[in-house]
Each structure stands twice: as C-alpha cells, then as structure tokens.
Design a protein around this ligand. Sequence first.
Ligand SMILES: Cc1cc2nc3c(=O)[nH]c(=O)nc-3n(C[C@H](O)[C@H](O)[C@H](O)COP(=O)(O)O)c2cc1C
Length: 77
Amino acid sequence: MKKLVIYFSHTGENYMSDGIRNIDKGNTEIVAEKIAAKTGADLFKVETVKDYPYDYYECCAEAKKELQSQARPELRV
Ligand SMILES: Cc1cc2nc3c(=O)[nH]c(=O)nc-3n(C[C@H](O)[C@H](O)[C@H](O)COP(=O)(O)O)c2cc1C
C-alpha cells in the first residue's frame, strides 16, 4: 500500500526557547520527514498561494485574522 505524509509547516521568524529567530525548517516538517523515512512514505508539502509574512508578529496577526474569519487560503497546486 502506498503511503503519503502531507504536512504544513512554517519557516521564517518563529518563537523559540531563545527568542524569536529565523528557521529554515519548521518542527512539523522535521517530524514529517522522520515519519516518512520510518514508514517509507512519500512527502507532500502543503503550500498556500499567498506567502505569509516573514515577521513573527505580522504572521501571528495574519493567522489570528484568518482564524476569526474562518479563512480557507487557496493552496498552490
Ligand atoms: C510560545 C512558543 C514557544 C515555542 N518554543 C519553541 C522552542 O523552544 N523550540 C522549538 O523548536 N519550537 C518552539 N516553538 C514552535 C515553533 O515556533 C514552531 O513549531 C516551528 O518552528 C515551526 O512551525 P511548524 O510547527 O509549522 O513547523 C514555540 C512556539 C510557541 C508558540
């Protein structure tokens, strides 16, 4: 049976134990890769048409707006 790990993960500025800093790979992507490697699954990264702000606080504000409006951002195909 074919297996597929589908994930959505945020890069750019993120909140970490040492403060807000840039990351090239999010925790979800790291875990998705580990699951795929262990299970032999393919990987599929969900990406939105619109890019989210790099700035941590701007990105949080955008995410809050989307939550409140129950937004369903268009996905890149
Ligand atoms: C308040 C707060 C503190 C966080 N602290 C850490 C941390 O210390 N280490 C870490 O790897 N991720 C931490 N995270 C999570 C990352 O910001 C985030 O999971 C990851 O970098 C990217 O997101 P993803 O889950 O979309 O892949 C924290 C998140 C929040 C909201």
